[in-house]
Write a protein that binds this ligand. Structure first.
Ligand code: SF4
Length: 330
């Protein structure tokens, strides 16, 4: 049954580093060390973004960045200069900073071991890792982090630790329809075992200038409608489907079963897709034919189940309403 509203969250996007051990053929975000745009944000830079987000009424700090950058030569020195041995330790410090400023962290650090998830869990309202695809595709050749089993293991570990989790698939990166169906079935199976998948992003590939896949066409609206409909048939009702309104018009996808429009930022761009600006909230409402409802990075069901730590609890109480959505923000 179609929900009476479609949800979104208000966030700031923090691209902690664009250094990454992988080299996905569609990625326009990654930079090699030595490139003038390669960076690791300092604590002061992150604090500035968080403070601007708090002033703009955001509830979420979205930390998205390259995977296991320490494996790239030269990165460790950058981290040591900031006083940290690992990116996970630095991230944990930044998540604590975020909580102090009043934003709930949602981190996407790539593949992590269970001990690393345990370090981050107390300071994250939710976490995420795109499964992307269970298919073996050319775009992921030579990427240690894109081995499907390794990604599934991270999602399993998050389930064992009861971390409210976001995952999803990328559509149009060279996977087959059968890969897509099996990816969604894999996510369903993980949720049936652990109950931790709060949302599944169905994200359409967008070709990026300067990448190997620059000339590959993006999937059209009909392909996205079929994919969202397939996912809605396979996934349990308590798992939301998210589409990205800066990458594709969401109206028809909501009619096919999408019920979330992801994070919308009044302060920061989508650093992974910088050519695709987010709509503001008024524009977002005009893109769908049912009301919007603001949520936190942790979904209401997990607020009610209290799947959060004592470190996060006070801020969740401050920001959530009686149903576990975002308290009305003027
Ligand atoms: S898409 Fe993500 S994992 Fe792949 S190279 Fe870019 S930053 Fe790294």
């Amino acid at each position: 049954m179609r929900p009476p509203f479609v949800t979104f969250s208000r966030n700031v996007f923090i691209p902690l580093t664009n250094v990454c051990r992988n080299k996905c053929a569609y990625c326009g975000f990654r930079r090699d060390i030595g490139h003038p745009e390669a960076k690791l944000l300092s604590l002061a830079e992150v604090e500035d973004i968080l403070s601007r987000g708090a002033r703009a009424g955001c509830s979420e700090a979205l930390f998205t960045f390259g995977e296991r950058p320490e494996e790239v030569e030269g990165f460790k020195e950058w981290l040591l200069e900031l006083g940290h041995e690992t990116i996970v330790d630095y991230l944990a410090e930044l998540c604590r900073l975020s909580l102090g400023i009043g934003l709930l962290p949602h981190s996407n650090p790539g593949i992590l071991g269970k001990y690393e998830l345990e370090k981050l869990k107390p300071y994250n309202a939710s976490m995420g890792l795109m499964l992307e695809t269970v298919g073996i595709i050319e775009a992921h050749e030579g990427c240690a982090g894109k081995i499907p089993e390794a990604r599934i293991k991270t999602i399993e570990n998050a389930g064992e630790l009861k971390i409210p989790f976001t995952t999803g698939i990328l559509v149009g990166i060279g996977e087959t329809w059968d890969d897509r169906v099996r990816s969604i079935q894999t996510i369903r199976d993980l949720h049936e075992k652990f109950g931790h998948i709060q949302e599944v992003i169905i994200q359409n590939f967008i070709p990026k200038t300067g990448t190997k896949m620059n000339s590959k066409p993006a999937p059209g609206i009909n392909e996205m409608k079929e994919t969202v409909s397939m996912a809605r048939r396979i996934l349990p009702d308590d798992v939301a489907i998210q589409v990205s309104p800066n990458l594709i018009h969401p109206k028809e996808l909501v009619r096919c079963g999408a019920s979330d429009l992801g994070g919308i930022s009044p302060e920061t761009i989508d650093y992974i897709n910088p050519e695709s600006p987010w709509p503001n909230i008024t524009e977002l409402q005009s893109m769908v034919d049912i009301p919007l409802r603001e949520r936190l990075p942790i979904y209401p069901a997990y607020v009610k189940k209290k799947w959060y730590s004592s470190e996060i609890a006070p801020l969740i109480r401050t920001l959530s309403d009686a149903e576990g959505f975002r308290k009305t923000y003027k």
